[in-house]
Design a protein around this ligand. Structure first.
Ligand SMILES: Cc1cc2nc3c(=O)[nH]c(=O)nc-3n(C[C@H](O)[C@H](O)[C@H](O)COP(=O)(O)O)c2cc1C
Ligand code: SF4
Length: 380
């Protein structure tokens, strides 16, 4: 079986990508305690790049000291962070023809670490938390808009080929889009236009700084599955607005990062028990693609089979496919598929990797178990 599309080149904006395989943003908890790039993180990315992926989207990078509330996530909001980030990007460019995008994010009310204040558009209790979110003032919102623009500009200066705004999973930008979390009645809340305003301002600021040819993408919650939250109808309208603004790619997603809140099916990294449950954002991609004009659609969510993935591309449901967990198990998955071994990804989509965060960086314990078994069999 020949994969005619999966390994054909394409473009996001002006940037050529050697194949249609994208590593979806994945926080791997390998920065140091205050978000500086480590040698371990650089090595992790080098191995990924050597594995044949067309475009790697980095794990989320904090745009602000108060917006980096997850354990050992990277940050890029002052000059001191640029040294390590530059080294990471140049390692990838020097060792492969893989492109790399910086995902830039503000964690807002979706905080895992102690010592961080929950902040967001409105003073509500976010689902799953007993703490009240502190409502941001207009001045603070404007400061956050500037910090996204600064971090995006720093990413460009560090050599990243493109950037992706994190507008999903209950982090700050998606909290502005959702009427569940955004109850404001000033210029940043209320109507869809006003809930969208923060993203629009960030986009215009970035375009002014980076020029028309530098690709700007977004990972977008298209619905959040909360009563009174973002509906898919509104999600589609937001996608249309982003296309007409000039975004170069949209990677649709949904839900919040706490799977208990929105039931497992709408958790962006859903547990998959059988192949029928794979490709769980197909309906979303199918409905969005006709609205996309020249904006690329990056389709993610439980994609595990190269033949099906190729078919999605042939049917023009998507321009690229992206995966996260499969690359934790097999960083060289793209090379394996390209070499003709078309077995689906070995990742079982069990989410045990989330439990490894305090063990020196996120890894796949299922693979480790498998490897340990092989080596103990070898010894005996
Ligand atoms: C360990 C882990 C970390 C993740 N970190 C991020 C992140 O930093 N930014 C993001 O947008 N999504 C993140 N995600 C979600 C993935 O990018 C992806 O959308 C989701 O896992 C579904 O794709 P998959 O089925 O191929 O894993 C993460 C997922 C996992 C498993
Ligand atoms: S633990 Fe391993 S097999 Fe399970 S979802 Fe994570 S990467 Fe996949």
């Amino acid at each position: 079986m020949e994969l005619t599309k999966l390994f054909s080149p394409s473009k996001i904006g002006s940037i050529k990508i050697k194949n249609r395989i994208v590593r979806s943003a994945t926080w791997v908890a390998r920065a140091d305690e205050v978000g500086y790039v480590t040698e371990d993180l650089i090595n992790f990315y080098r191995i990924l790049a050597e594995g044949g992926i067309g475009l790697i989207i980095s794990g989320y990078i904090g745009v602000h000291e108060r917006g980096a509330g997850n354990y050992r996530m990277t940050r890029l909001y002052n000059e001191s962070y640029k040294v390590g980030q530059k080294k990471l990007v140049s390692t990838i460019h020097d060792t492969s023809d893989t492109k790399i995008a910086a995902q830039i994010a503000h964690t807002g009310s979706n905080i895992i670490r102690d010592g961080y204040e929950l902040i967001g558009p409105s003073a509500i209790k976010v689902p799953g938390s007993i703490k009240l979110v502190r409502e941001l003032s207009i001045k603070e919102i404007q400061e956050i808009v500037s910090s996204f623009i600064t971090t995006g500009t720093f990413a460009y200066e560090c050599g990243y080929d493109m950037i992706q705004l994190h507008g999903a999973h209950g982090y700050l930008l998606s909290d502005f889009l959702s009427p569940f979390t955004n109850k404001r009645n000033d210029e940043y809340g209320g109507s869809m236009e006003k809930r969208f305003r923060i993203i629009e301002e960030i986009y215009h600021g970035l375009r002014d700084e980076l020029g028309k040819d530098y690709p700007i993408m977004i990972k977008l919650n298209t619905h959040d599955n909360l009563n009174g939250g973002l509906s898919f109808e509104e999600g589609k309208e937001f996608a249309k607005k982003l296309v007409s603004l000039g975004l170069d790619a949209i990677e649709p997603s949904s839900g919040r990062t706490n799977p208990r809140l929105t039931n497992n099916k709408t958790f962006p990294a859903a547990i998959i028990k059988s192949s029928d449950e794979e490709n769980y954002f197909t309906c979303v991609a199918r409905e969005l693609k006709p609205l996309m004009a020249n904006c690329a659609l990056i389709f993610m969510g439980g994609i595990r089979n190269p033949i099906t993935a190729d078919q999605f591309l042939k049917e023009e449901i998507a321009d690229f496919i992206s995966m996260s967990r499969p690359f934790l198990y097999e960083p060289d998955l793209a090379n394996r598929w390209e070499s003709g071994n078309l077995d689906p990804a070995y990742c079982t989509s069990c989410n045990a990797c989330f439990g490894t965060v305090n063990q020196g960086g996120i890894y796949c314990p299922i693979k480790k178990k498998h490897q340990d078994k092989i080596s103990s069999n070898g010894i005996s």
